[in-house]
Design a protein around this ligand. Structure first.
Ligand code: NDP
Ligand SMILES: O=C1O[C@H](COP(=O)(O)O)[C@@H](O)[C@H](O)[C@H]1O
Length: 602
């Protein structure tokens, strides 16, 4: 029998999460997946929630409790499996081998998952979605019975889709064994149906094909909307009316942008909810699937040393930095009606900020985490124009190579004022963060590609070594850096003595460098998120109230920028961006942490 320990998609979750409310009076209340076994020891009944939404079996949650019977749910299991009865108010489960195989070969003989990539001919599908699905297949994370369907208007045969997909598939550096064989097996499960996005008839044809592949099993269907947002509702309408599952679940992954402002986002949500309930909607923000973003909560909540420092008392400022060393090449048409604030800040950076600043959630359950994130977002003041700097890249020639201006893109109007760079100062009006500047900076066509979180700590009060630290005490404060990409790392800058008989201080890094620490290749964010959607785990997807709160912060500013036709500060392609970002930070006595990196080995 396959067990939890075998597929590597489980190795990352060798310890799992309990839904049981933490309490000092609770006896051992952990629910841990340990090499194929679930161990729950002596959890008092009062700590078990009455009703739990669909769980992720990767995290092996107890899902349901009724009349004293406790059940856990595996990913693709139609019927919940009773584990053991509650006795005297205590749950005592030591082994649950009968629900071991997440990939489903034992448990879901009668179940199937069909993944339809709508917009299969597009850039995202080729670049990210098909490769992520293959990676999941390679890692044995997909259920035994699964089918992938590409759907788009372009005419293509199954064979042509397979050829297109095969060009983008790669094996992990650390896993090349049987790679070609696995690719062939995966491609044999990929099919294509050409159709219009607003044709119920075309979706009925798709439904027929899906039924044939599902072969009478319980059908679970995931639709990935990898299409421009103006056709989301058409597709959801047709898919839900003509191609949703009749006896299993139907879920829809929606790609950003989720609107342009509060009103359009609310309209999109209303439109989606005409055909789907909130639990069927998986709004993806792929930054939430990145390894180091996922690690943020682990770092905070499983290490004693960080959480006590995580407040205005010890933290001077926090910085969220995103930069790309290329422009909008190829995506100018989309980008020009959104700009960098909507493209990166309102979603990716704000989501990371919410995770960074939230209070400890009651549990790792999706709703508990999302509740805390919403609270942070709702505690923030809408962004003010004078707390924002915007920029746009202009052409630049370096080493004989001419790099284009943003407006050189043929799909961008020559007089476009759309920002390709923005810096902003945000504040959270709650007891933990009152007065702490949360700075964001995001830009395209800058000198480097990186995404990181920087936490700058306060000065040491009455520091005995102030004289040895030099004039610039700010630079001598501790700084925690979480480098999301590239070359993932978490490091803490500390002061130390230079070895020798004298007393000279130096700055060094305590460094968790992922490439040095782990030989395993880090999975792409889309792999984690696709697997979560298949398993019904919503923790890393955006709930509609989170989205509303996020738009409320940015909508007034975005409108003001557009109404006033604010002119962006122009910066050369490949530079560090507008100097205005430094003045903005200086207003809050902050220096951007990424500026020093050239002088220090990080
Ligand atoms: N590409 C990326 O890196 C990222 C993309 N996204 C989002 O993911 C979604 C898909 O992105 P991407 O693949 O780049 O998009 P594309 O522009 O490549 O569009 C995907 C497919 O949709 C169809 N399509 C394109 N334009 C239209 C139109 N005006 N009307 C009807 N159908 C159209 C085309 O298929 P056909 O003509 O065959 O029907 C196309 O192949 C978008 O919402 C995007 O914002 C999010 C993050 C990153
Ligand atoms: O969502 C988006 O993200 C990409 C950057 O993603 P990454 O995972 O490569 O860092 C960005 O290029 C794009 O403009 C934006 O829409």
């Amino acid at each position: 029998m396959a067990t939890l320990s075998s597929p590597s998609c489980h190795s990352s979750s060798s310890s799992s999460y309990s839904r049981v409310a933490p309490s000092s009076s609770s006896p051992s209340s952990s629910l841990s997946g340990n090499r194929g076994r679930i161990t729950v020891s002596s959890v008092p009944k009062r700590f078990l929630p009455k009703k739990i939404s669909l769980p992720s079996p990767r995290y092996w949650n107890v899902t349901h409790m009724q009349d004293g019977a406790v059940t856990a749910r595996a990913p693709l299991l139609a019927n919940e499996t009773p584990l053991k009865e509650l006795k005297d108010g205590l749950l005592s489960i030591t082994s649950a081998d009968e629900i071991t195989d997440v990939a489903g070969s034992k448990l879901d003989e009668n179940e199937t998952v069909s993944i339809t990539v709508v917009g299969a001919s597009g850039d995202l599908a080729k670049k990210k979605i098909f490769p992520a699905l293959f990676a999941l297949y390679y890692e044995d994370c997909l259920p035994k019975h699964f089918t992938v369907f590409g759907y788009a208007r372009s005419k293509m045969t199954d064979a042509e889709l397979r050829t297109m997909v095969s060009r983008t598939l790669t094996c992990r550096i650390d896993k090349r064994e049987n790679c070609n064989e696995k690719m062939e097996q995966f491609l044999a499960r990929c099919f294509y149906h050409s159709g219009q996005y607003d044709s119920e008839d075309n979706f009925t044809e798709l439904d027929k094909k899906l039924n044939e592949h599902e072969g009478g099993r319980v059908s679970n269907r995931l639709f990935y909307l990898s299409i421009p947002p103006n056709i989301f509702i058409n597709v959801v309408k047709c898919a839900s009316r003509s191609a949703s599952s009749s006896n299993g679940w139907t879920r829809v992954i929606v790609e950003k942008p989720f609107g342009r402002d509060s009103e359009s986002s609310a309209a999109l949500t209303r439109g989606l909810k005409e055909y789907l309930v909130e639990d069927q909607i998986f709004r993806i923000d792929h930054y939430l699937g990145k390894e180091l973003v996922e690690n943020l909560s682990v770092l905070r909540f499983s290490n004693l040393i960080f959480e006590p420092l995580w407040s205005r008392q010890y933290i001077r400022n926090v910085q969220f930095i995103f930069s790309e060393d290329f422009g909008t090449e190829g995506r100018g048409g989309y980008f020009d009606s959104y700009g960098i604030i909507r493209d990166i800040m309102q979603n990716h950076l704000l989501q990371i900020l919410a995770l960074f600043a939230m209070e400890t959630p009651v549990s790792l359950d999706a709703e508990d985490i999302r509740n805390e994130k919403v609270k942070v977002l709702r505690s923030m003041k809408p962004l003010q124009l004078d707390n924002v700097v915007i920029g746009q890249y202009k052409s630049h020639t370096r080493g004989g190579v001419k790099y284009p201006a943003y407006t050189d893109d043929e799909t961008v109007p020559k007089d476009s004022l759309t920002p390709t760079f923005a810096a902003a100062a945000l504040f959270i009006d709650n007891a933990r963060w009152d007065g702490v500047p949360f700075l964001m900076k995001a830009g395209k066509a800058l000198h480097t590609r990186r995404a990181e979180i920087r936490v700058q700590f306060r000065h040491v009060p009455g520091n005995l070594y102030n004289r040895s630290l030099g004039m610039d005490l700010d630079r001598a404060t501790n700084e925690l850096v979480i480098r999301v990409q590239p070359d993932e790392a978490i490091y803490l800058k500390i002061n130390n003595k230079v070895p020798g008989l004298g007393m000279r201080l130096d700055r060094s890094n305590l460094n968790l460098h992922y490439a040095a620490r782990y030989s395993k290749e880090i999975p792409d964010a889309y792999e984690r998120l696709l697997l979560d959607a298949i398993e019904g785990e919503r923790r890393l997807f955006i709930r509609s109230d989170e989205l509303d709160a996020a738009w409320s912060l940015f909508t007034p500013l975005l409108k003001e920028l557009e109404e006033k036709k604010t002119i962006p500060e122009y910066y050369p392609y490949g530079s560090r961006g507008p100097v205005g970002a430094h003045y903005l930070a200086a207003r809050y006595n902050v220096r951007w942490g990424d500026i020093n990196t050239e002088h220090h080995q990080e």
